[in-house]
Design a protein around this ligand. Structure first.
Ligand SMILES: NC(=O)c1ccc[n+]([C@@H]2O[C@H](COP(=O)([O-])OP(=O)(O)OC[C@H]3O[C@@H](n4cnc5c(N)ncnc54)[C@H](O)[C@@H]3O)[C@@H](O)[C@H]2O)c1
Length: 124
């Protein structure tokens, strides 16, 4: 973007695990926390050049990755849904919509944010 003298918008993918812990997943959780730190720092570094940098924090979303986990352990879906106030898992388009909003003219003052899209999971 800088090379082409363009303004722009970057959206990093963290996770609900970026602001919570999860047993046995230290490396994944550490990476997802780090993505938020990277987002915040980079957003400061590039704000003056007109590049906005934000992060989305998906909850459990029915992508091939999550479907595969559920397929191997069907009881897990019920357990996961129990902790989501919205009462269901998320759909990929619901993350896409958040990303589209962050990149849209409606979010021009949103910078360095970590936006949870998790059906309320991280309210607890
Ligand atoms: N699905 C969830 O419940 C969930 C929850 C929180 C965060 N996330 C995050 O969302 C992101 C996407 O997860 P997903 O559920 O869609 O996973 P997924 O496994 O369903 O899809 C990942 C995609 O990334 C591609 N990919 C993998 N390595 C790549 C590489 N080096 N270069 C280019 N493409 C590559 C794969 O081919 C695949 O299409 C991940 O960062 C994941 O941590 C997912």
């Amino acid at each position: 973007m800088l090379k082409q003298e363009e303004k722009g918008c970057i959206v990093n993918t963290s996770s609900q695990g970026g602001i919570t812990g999860f047993p046995g997943q230290a490396a994944y959780i550490a990476c997802k926390h780090a993505i938020i730190g990277l987002t915040r720092t980079a957003s400061i570094d590039y704000a003056a050049q007109g590049i906005r940098i934000n992060a989305v924090l998906p909850g459990v979303i029915l992508t091939p990755m999550a479907k595969d986990i559920i397929k191997r352990n069907p009881a897990m879906e019920e357990a996961m849904v129990r902790d989501i106030p919205k009462g269901r898992l998320g759909e990929p388009y619901e993350i896409a919509h958040a990303v589209m909003w962050l990149c849209s003219p409606y979010a021009t003052f949103v910078d360095g944010a970590a936006i949870s899209v998790d059906g309320g999971f991280t309210i607890h």
